[in-house]
Design a protein around this ligand. Structure first.
Ligand code: FUL
Length: 503
């Protein structure tokens, strides 16, 4: 029975090829059904060998990407539209997609995710499926194509490009009927065939009623197949099988973040239920309070029939809302707040997707740009110099496939610094190409007469950064207190933070 319910939740998650793994069969698969009657020890060991797919690994390595929410809401000053807007309202006076992309690039972001269509149904490209698009707007005399401009600018600057296409459509007359699944698949096909390489497709969890009061039954399986066929390297996020929504829009991820989770936790229904429910009045209702604390502990493995590699993405806006509102010009997050968010997302085994909504002119506002670039500058200062002695090549070469491997008996590594140094940041990376394993670790500093514990943590995964009170020492010791199999540390960094992080 249990296997059946797991299989159906996986069916929803679409094209997941479920790996059969056991002690005799293949390890290092992206998912694994536990053999019947597996003990908890066996489940833990098998979970430690579940790995990311190539597309998931490429995605994870970006670390920091930009979300751009832009559309009819920008001009109506709303968070959610109605689908009944006059497309003539979409009229940026000075739109420069090049400024969006170069700002993101300068800020250190690696990809732009554009809201090609939000819940209102207004399309930023001239879709053959509707007139409710830029084609009916005065912008560029109806000849503009914003998806083209942004994707071209990304290509020019060497950034990746991604599409957000809201399944919920408040405008399309077919919404709520089977015909809408054709419309949606066609729109997806337009986006995935006309604009070059697409590296992420983002399906929102928010789902409501269309113009005829009906809700849609989405044919996710068909959408996923379309993406896999047309852009096989693209990850499918949130309402999709490759990337998991962390569960909050606050910017603050979990302290303990497993990329390997029981398949049953990956339920689309739950994702939809905990997404924003109502923001129609223009009031932004962020979710956040309901983020589950535990997604992958031994306790959950014990009850699970199988696990999948399903890493987390933290989406958050630089402003209180997702769309630009002039009244929020004074509420742009400070560089220090953004840095705190960086530590709480990238520093906690997640990817940070930061929203930077352009204004009515069609530009990223000066205040947003200032915060973004300051955040980058300060973080660059903090991470400018790794004080770990460079003789530890494998730990400092920025590669996952060269690593220190512990053993069942020895899970302690002593590391010399470049002389005596003041440090207050620890950065760790696991070789996730062979699985996520570390469950608990501690950092000690040599005071000259004894080892002093200065920081402790739980999961590491792709990247973990700990902040601790500044200490001076010339060597440290990292102890893996608990792990699911022999630990493999790919990178170790010890840094002294810039004073400006605190201002
Ligand atoms: C939410 C949506 O309702 C917001 O409007 C926004 O698009 C955000 C990224 O996701 O679920």
């Amino acid at each position: 029975m249990k296997n059946k319910s797991m299989a159906s939740s996986l069916l929803l998650l679409g094209a997941l090829c479920f790996g059969s793994c056991s002690s005799t069969k293949k390890l290092y698969t992206t998912s694994c059904i536990f053999p019947e009657g597996s003990s908890i020890e066996e489940k833990v060991r098998l979970s430690a060998h579940v790995v990311p797919s190539q597309r998931q690994l490429n995605w994870q390595k970006m670390e920091y990407t930009a979300f751009i929410c832009y559309g009819i809401n920008t001009f109506t000053d709303k968070e959610w539209g109605t689908g009944k807007e006059d497309p003539k309202q979409f009229n940026p006076t000075n739109l420069d997609a090049g400024q969006w992309v170069s700002t993101a690039k300068e800020a250190g972001m690696k990809m732009i995710l554009l809201t090609c269509k939000h819940h209102d149904g207004f399309c930023l490209w001239p879709s053959k499926e509707t007139d409710f698009s830029v084609e009916s707007s005065p912008w560029k005399g109806g000849k503009g194509d914003l998806v083209r401009e942004v994707s071209d600018a990304c290509r020019k600057e060497g950034l990746k490009f991604a599409v957000y296409l809201s399944p919920w459509d408040m405008n399309h007359p077919t919404y709520g009927t089977e015909a809408y699944n054709d419309v949606f698949t066609n729109q997806l096909t337009e986006l995935l065939t006309q604009y070059g390489q697409v590296d992420e497709v983002w399906f929102d969890g928010a789902c409501g009623e269309g113009p005829n009061g009906k809700k849609q039954v989405y044919d996710f399986k068909r959408y996923y197949e379309t993406i896999r066929k047309l852009q096989p390297q693209a990850v499918i996020a949130v309402m999709g099988p490759d990337v998991r929504w962390v569960g909050t829009e606050s910017g603050y991820g979990r302290d303990t973040e497993w990329s390997v989770i029981p398949a049953a936790e990956a339920s689309l229904k739950e994702i939809a239920n905990s997404s924003q429910q109502e923001a129609g009045t223009g009031t932004f209702l962020p979710t956040g309070g309901n983020m589950k604390k535990d997604m992958g502990s031994r306790l959950l493995l014990e009850k699970a029939n199988g696990v999948i590699w399903y890493p987390s993405e933290v989406d958050v806006s630089i402003r209180p809302g997702w769309y630009y509102h002039a009244k929020e010009d004074v509420k742009v997050k400070t560089p220090q707040k953004l840095i705190d968010i960086y530590y709480s997302s990238v520093g906690k085994n997640s990817l940070l997707l930061l929203n930077i909504p352009p204004d009515k002119r069609g530009l990223i506002h000066e205040n947003d740009k200032h915060s973004l670039l300051e955040m980058k500058r300060i973080l660059q200062n903090t991470f400018a110099h790794n004080y770990v002695d460079k003789k530890y090549k494998k730990l400092t070469d920025n590669r996952l496939d060269t690593y220190w491997q512990g053993s069942a008996k020895n899970k302690v590594i002593e590391i010399a610094l470049e002389g005596e140094q003041k440090i207050d940041r620890l950065l760790l990376q696991e070789n996730i190409t062979q699985g996520q394993r570390i469950e608990e670790f501690m950092l000690e500093c040599w005071t000259g007469s004894e080892w002093r514990t200065v920081a402790t943590g739980t999961t590491v995964g792709f990247k973990r950064i700990l902040r601790f009170d500044s200490v001076t020492c010339n060597k440290v010791r990292i102890t893996i207190l608990k792990s699911r199999d022999v630990p493999q540390l790919a990178e170790v960094g010890l840094y002294k933070s810039s004073e400006e992080e605190k201002m």
